[in-house]
Design a protein around this ligand. Sequence first.
Ligand SMILES: Cc1cc2nc3c(=O)[nH]c(=O)nc-3n(C[C@H](O)[C@H](O)[C@H](O)COP(=O)(O)OP(=O)(O)OC[C@H]3O[C@@H](n4cnc5c(N)ncnc54)[C@H](O)[C@@H]3O)c2cc1C
Length: 349
Amino acid sequence: MQVDLLIIGQGLCGSWLSYECQQAGLRVCVIDTIHPNTPSRISAGIINPITGRRHVEVWLSDELLSHAQAAYASMGEWLNRSLIRQSTLIDFFPSEQMRTSFIERLKQQGKYVAPVYYSDIPDLPFEIPHGAGLIDPAYLIDLPSLLEGNRNKLLETGSLLDEKFESSLLQIESEKLWYKNIEAERVIFCDGNSQLADRFFPNLPFAQNKGEVLILEIPELPSDRIYKHGVMLAPLSNGYWWCGSSYQWSFDHPYPTPSFREQTEQTLKKWLKLPYRVIDHIAGIRPATLERRPFVGFSSSEKRIGILNGMGTKGCSLAPYFARQLVRHWMYEEPIHPEASVGRFEAKA
Ligand SMILES: Cc1cc2nc3c(=O)[nH]c(=O)nc-3n(C[C@H](O)[C@H](O)[C@H](O)COP(=O)(O)OP(=O)(O)OC[C@H]3O[C@@H](n4cnc5c(N)ncnc54)[C@H](O)[C@@H]3O)c2cc1C
């Protein structure tokens, strides 16, 4: 098989990269094995433009949000599925300090924040000790549908190999790159935490971050919004609720822990005034980075090898945006954002 690009991994990054390449008329082959707890498979699919205790706007929020709306809509048309849903997020402040910080943002006329009018609140089945604020708009991405849709499309054209990629079998020759019987112009690694591209990008400061989640059944909770009170409650396309998650830089193992479940259930019991049932408890590792910026670009020592990784907590908004930049960089030599380009490490080396 002869292709323009061999992509390793079909999570959010590999799905977006293969989509962008196909839209640009490039021939791709994707190698991926399904692991149920990879981040793209357990993420809530939330795009939230506001972050942290000070309610600040996320990096590149305006560009990322407007790109995400258009990009998910067009991938949705291509797959004949609805992938993005606009929503609002009600932030129930866990402390007076968080309430004060939100009010400050309102006074500064910050974007994406709005007051919640108390006339709206009595209908909501939550305890509200420190008030609440609105984050608007937020978005929900249907990740199971996106991953399955892209996989099926690739399978239909014989462009997906469901197998484990073995780095030692990648042959780099002066004219071509080979992997088994696949001849490719370039290879781009979208393998998340596997970090298979280390030998081409030895300086990238990856920093894995663990997240645990409870999947809940809450039949009486209205599913038109996302709710937050330390933990997030987000409606899933299968009718259940996603409740999480933890954010751990240091951990002994990648599995669910009883302490997360206990703490989360304590929060729920104080906050949510409806009965719920725990359906599942899962954990995964985010491919995060020390500087909280992604890794995008081609290696300076082997320009035919590239990477799209390090999306951390924001894969849903960063992956589509930087997949497009990477393809346009390859095809038209357009620049990659300097804070995301892998060139920032290679220049220092
Ligand atoms: C608990 C949790 C909640 C999250 N919630 C959100 C959220 O609400 N919103 C948001 O924007 N982000 C969220 N994230 C972050 C987001 O999920 C990630 O940034 C994103 O999914 C990373 O995608 P990826 O494609 O880089 O990696 P992955 O999802 O890990 O995909 C990599 C793929 O490569 C495959 N692969 C790896 N090695 C090999 C090999 N040797 N051979 C074949 N295949 C291989 C894997 O099986 C996988 O399919 C969350 C993450 C976690 C853990």
